[in-house]
Design a protein around this ligand. Structure first.
Ligand SMILES: Cc1cn([C@H]2C[C@H](O)[C@@H](COP(=O)(O)OP(=O)(O)O[C@H]3O[C@H](C)C(=O)[C@H](O)[C@H]3O)O2)c(=O)[nH]c1=O
Length: 187
């Protein structure tokens, strides 16, 4: 049985799938389109991504792809743990610039769905954290956009101190949300 819990921001939700543990280890259907659809989530994913972050404090984000390459993302953690964040970037949305966060971990075996129209990012909470996620549009570098992780207008409460963060050059130089043309219009 797939369990879906809304996280309080239009369409962002936690997903829990069964995991069958036995003396050998475990088995889990980590993604089943039909069961997700029965739970009200009908998204056609077209690409799998997998990233390894070797240290605690690696922050990847805030990222999104502009339409027509906007992506829904279904994110899970194979090893370690992350604090995952989704930010509403739909112009005209009553919750524009608002964010919601969730700890996603191999231990919890939970997932987060981040719909189109939301920027996405995470910070690792442990070393050697591996994240696997499905996206509903292919990568398109010309449509790839970033927003500052510490944008004061968004004010994300990251659980890792700023001085401990490890960022890519791209993310360290990302613009503020007010300076980004997101391409998403609410509703
Ligand atoms: C996203 C992506 C990247 N790449 C290449 C481009 C670069 O040469 C290299 C690293 O890319 P980047 O630094 O953008 O990777 P992350 O910082 O992990 O970005 C991701 O992190 C946050 C959490 C996201 O939600 C996005 O899915 C994605 O933007 O992989 C590809 O070839 N295909 C892809 O789909």
């Amino acid at each position: 049985m797939v369990e879906v819990s809304k996280l309080g921001l239009d369409g962002v939700c936690e997903i829990r799938v069964p995991r069958f543990d036995d003396a050998r280890g475990f088995f889990s259907e980590t993604w089943n389109a039909g069961k997700l659809a029965q739970a009200g989530i009908a998204v056609d994913f077209v690409q799998d991504n997998h990233s390894l972050s070797r240290e605690r404090g690696v922050l990847r984000g805030l990222h999104f792809q502009k339409p027509p390459f906007a992506q829904d993302k279904l994110v899970r953690v194979l090893r370690g743990s992350i604090y995952d964040v989704a930010i509403d970037i739909r112009v005209g949305s009553p919750t524009f610039g608002k964010w919601v966060g969730l700890t996603v971990s191999a231990k919890e075996w939970n997932q987060i769905l981040v719909p189109k129209g939301f920027a996405h990012g995470f910070v690792t909470l442990e070393p050697d954290t591996e994240v696997a996620y499905k996206v509903s549009a292919p990568y398109s570098q010309p449509h790839d956009r970033s927003i500052r992780f510490d944008d004061p207008d968004i004010a994300i409460d990251w659980p890792v101190a700023a001085q401990e963060l490890i960022l890519s050059d791209k993310d360290a130089a990302a613009p503020l949300l007010t300076d980004v043309e997101t391409g998403f219009v609410y509703p």
